[in-house]
Design a protein around this ligand. Structure first.
Ligand SMILES: Cc1ncc(COP(=O)(O)O)c(C=O)c1O
Length: 329
């Protein structure tokens, strides 16, 4: 091996802080408040939004997370997201840092401290620090973290022109890991990178039986030629809180005659490609019409009427529905 002359500094506490701040200057972030059970409170300086390297969420991926939205100064559908968070914790054998009500209260108070009236709340549960083994350290306190941030932003043309997706070449997660919102998103990350490299907006997983799964951080759904809204079953994909809510709200479109029915069922790629409309659904994207899958045009190649009707129903629910929580700013 050739000799190199890398010079390494020994850093003081001040050097570390300075370096953390320099990193944030290089890559500005829109993080407005961060709660950490390990720090014992809330920080607003992004340089201080850190987690110890030996936390098993960092080096073993033993952690879970969830994300809820802040809309016009209220938190939308937090209880559905918290229910899913607790189910993910149980499946991952993670201890809780306290009662559900305490975690809920911390989420609401961190949102208030941030002052942010529109954006996202992402929160994590980790198995805690203590060593570099696999199983949690005896007596380790689980870590609970809450980040208030601007939220994910997608290009405006996703709304106006629709989204183009491809079947990913990456294998879908086995059902247990797909239904659990763990911090291991490697397949989802690789799928999105692959799609972008190939000139698409996103990818879609197909399962081993040839059934449509989900996208990177969004669910997919279809409007069949006979006007039925069809959604893949939730036994091999994440139970999207947005999809769950929309499956209820879509009943209004059945009443008004825009849809014939709403069904959750296995969907083959062939059925998917024959759809009148295809939708991407999730807390960050809300509802977007998919207009192309691989080389196939979906419907007439434009976002369809059910996509806009569902988006309108969701936006109304976010503005004035019964799933809003007041934030004590
Ligand atoms: C893999 C995956 N599928 C679907 C979704 C959509 O879920 P939600 O509607 O709760 O945002 C998400 C986002 O959390 C996700 O990460």
């Amino acid at each position: 091996m050739p000799a190199t002359n890398v010079s390494l500094r020994m850093l003081s506490d001040q050097d570390v802080l300075q370096q953390l701040r320099a990193l944030r200057q290089k890559q500005p972030v829109k993080f407005t408040a961060f709660y950490s059970s390990q720090l014992g409170g809330i920080v607003t300086d992004p340089a201080l939004m850190v987690i110890p390297f030996d936390d098993h969420m960092v080096h073993r991926g033993h952690g879970i997370f969830d994300t809820a939205g802040i809309v016009n100064g209220k938190i939308y559908d937090l209880d559905a997201h918290l229910d899913r968070f607790l189910k993910s914790a149980e499946r991952s054998k993670l201890k809780l840092p306290g009662m559900r009500e305490e975690m809920r209260d911390i989420i609401i108070k961190t949102t208030a401290a941030s002052g942010r009236r529109d954006g996202s709340i992402r929160y994590w549960l980790s198995s805690g620090p203590g060593n570099l083994d696999l199983t949690p350290v005896a007596g380790a306190d689980p870590g609970f973290f809450v980040m208030i941030f601007a939220g994910l932003v997608y290009p405006e043309k996703w709304k106006t022109d629709g989204v183009r997706v491809m079947t990913t070449t990456y294998p879908i997660k086995p059902p247990l890991y797909a239904i659990t919102k763990t911090t291991n998103y490697m397949p989802n990350v690789l799928m999105q990178m692959e799609a972008k490299e190939k000139g698409f907006d996103n990818g879609v997983f197909i399962d081993h039986d040839g059934h449509v799964g989900e996208s990177s951080n969004m669910n997919v759904a279809f409007v069949s030629q006979d006007d039925v809204l069809v959604h893949p079953k939730f036994d091999h994909i994440l139970s999207g809180c947005t999809s769950m809510r929309l499956l209820e709200l879509a009943r209004k479109l059945v009443k008004s005659g825009q849809l014939k029915d709403v069904k959750v069922t296995d969907i083959t790629l062939r059925d998917a490609l024959a759809a009148k409309e295809m939708l991407l659904i999730g807390s960050s994207v809300k509802v977007a019409g998919i207009v192309q899958w691989n080389e196939h045009k979906i419907g007439n190649g434009k976002p369809g009427p059910i996509a806009s009707a569902l988006l309108a129903l969701l936006e109304e629910d976010m503005r004035s529905g019964d799933r809003l929580i007041d934030v004590p700013y």
